[in-house]
Every structure is written in C-alpha cells, then in structure tokens.
Design a protein around this ligand. Structure first.
Ligand SMILES: NC(=O)c1ccc[n+]([C@@H]2O[C@H](COP(=O)([O-])OP(=O)(O)OC[C@H]3O[C@@H](n4cnc5c(N)ncnc54)[C@H](OP(=O)(O)O)[C@@H]3O)[C@@H](O)[C@H]2O)c1
Length: 241
C-alpha cells in the first residue's frame, strides 16, 4: 500500500515547505503538498515528478477545520501516512502599540490553532496505523519574545507546547512527535522578495539553505525508536545566539 507524507504550508519552490516535500518524496513516499495557492503547489508537484518522485497537490487553508479534515480524509483514503509536517507560518514586524486583536488572532490561528487542527485530524489515523511521525516547524520566537513580535512569539511558543503535549501523549504509542526550531533566517523566497540585500550581507552559509534544513527533518523522521529526538534547533554556523 502507498505510504505518504503530508506537508502543510507549502508555497514558493525556494522555501522550507517545498524543500520538505522534495526531501520526503526522494525517499519514495508519495508526498501530498498542501497550501493555499494552487499554482504554487502545482509547480512543486511538477518539480518532484521531474525528479522521479510522486506527489500531488491538495489546496487547504491550515486555519480552517473543514479544509484540514477534507485534506486528511483524502490522504487516508489513498494509503498510510508515514509523516505529517506542519510547516505553515508567516511573520511580520508589528510594534505592540499597532498590533490589533485581528492580527494577533490571525497569527494564533496559523500557529497553535492550525497545529491543533492538523493533529486532531492526523492522530487518529496514525494511531490506527500504529506508527507515524508529526513534525512542527518552529522559530527563534518559539523560545523567546522580542520587541515587535508579541503576536509571532506567542503563536510559535504555543505551537511548541502543543508539540510537547502531543509527544508525551502519543510517543508511548509509537507516534514520533518532534519540533524543529529554525533559529536563523531562511535563504528562501519570503526573505529574498523583501530584503535580498540582508541575505547578501549575511554571506555564504550565513542564512539557512532550505534543502539542507529539510535533511534534518528527514533524519528526525527516520530515527529508530530507541533514540528519538523531540526537539532540534538549527542555525547557520555564524549566527549569534
Ligand atoms: N523564513 C524564515 O527566515 C523563517 C525563520 C524562522 C522560522 N521560519 C518558519 O519556517 C516555516 C517555513 O518558512 P518559509 O519562509 O520557508 O516559508 P515556506 O515554507 O516557503 O512557506 C510557508 C507557507 O505557509 C503558507 N501559509 C501561510 N498561511 C497559510 C494558511 N492559512 N494555510 C496554509 N498555508 C499557509 C504560506 O502560503 P502562501 O504561499 O499561500 O502565503 C507559505 O507558502 C514557517 O513555519 C516559518 O514560520 C521561517
């Protein structure tokens, strides 16, 4: 039967979500790339196809319960799910005095609430199978709140605590839950589009290569169960931390 990986939060080809999809597809898992924008997803699917892997796109808003439920219904109907990667995320610099309740809620929805919806849909399936992994993407803000990032830090910290609770609940039942802290800037489309000079200023390997980081997610997924990692942090070698 087909074994699948589901990546929630895929956008640009040069981004972590797409890199995760490519990496898990390379191992022979049929990879479901999910995000909000169909054209972006189709491009990633065609890249994976061209590289000899198998992938398909499912459009879903990670903050909508009905979308996430439909996503997992579709995936489960096709076969087992070896890995679920909750990568959806966004960021913005917003001074606290300007931060609106709507903005705060939007970040919370994409962080812990979206992670919760994905876990609610995924865990019964993984439990039925008796195995599987679920890995969440965090950020430096998972660990500390900086000025102008109250919305983002509280969302990422909440997502981290969700992951810990899930790990302690489902680990003993052979479901590997992990959280990866991205402690640096990703050299991807998101930052390239708004601040290419900043990435250039960081120099060679001063920002995180998405494909190199995706390798770490795969290694966590592939760990034997006597030696599981729950949390991993990744930063460029010259990051100040
Ligand atoms: N970029 C960085 O420097 C950095 C640093 C630390 C941590 N991170 C974390 O790393 C992860 C990946 O970041 P990335 O910058 O490389 O981006 P990415 O993986 O290329 O894309 C993340 C995707 O999340 C999607 N998304 C946003 N709202 C969504 C929603 N409601 N439903 C479904 N998908 C949604 C976006 O879709 P659209 O394309 O439709 O907008 C975006 O494509 C995120 O969790 C981020 O918080 C990034």
């Amino acid at each position: 039967m087909t074994k699948q990986a589901v990546v929630i939060g895929v956008g640009a080809s040069n981004g972590l979500g797409a890199a995760l999809a490519r990496r898990f597809a390379k191992e022979g898992l049929e990879t479901v790339v999910s995000g909000r924008t169909r054209e972006k997803l189709d491009l990633i699917v065609s890249e994976i196809d061209a590289a000899g892997g198998a992938a398909r796109a499912v459009t879903a808003d990670a903050t909508q319960e009905s979308d996430i439920k439909a996503l997992f219904d579709k995936v489960a109907a096709k076969g087992e799910i070896a890995a679920v990667l909750y990568n959806a995320g966004n960021n913005a610099i917003i001074p606290f005095e300007d931060l609106t309740p709507q903005q705060f809620e939007k970040f919370w929805r994409l962080g812990p609430f979206g992670g919760f919806l994905a876990a609610k849909a995924a865990m019964p399936i993984l439990m039925d199978q008796g195995y599987g992994s679920m890995i969440f993407t965090g950020a430096s803000a998972s660990m500390r709140g900086r000025p102008n990032f109250a919305h983002f830090a509280s969302a990422k910290a909440g997502l981290r605590m969700l992951a810990q609770s899930l790990a302690r609940t489902y680990g003993p039942q052979n479901i590997h839950v992990a959280h990866v802290i991205v402690d640096g800037v990703i050299d991807g489309e998101r930052i390239r589009a708004i601040a290419p000079e900043y990435l250039d200023h960081l120099g060679e390997s001063g920002s995180i290569n998405p494909d190199e980081m995706a390798e770490a997610f795969w290694q966590v997924h592939a760990q034997p169960k006597s030696a599981w990692t729950h949390e991993l942090d990744i930063r460029p070698f010259k990051e100040t931390w």
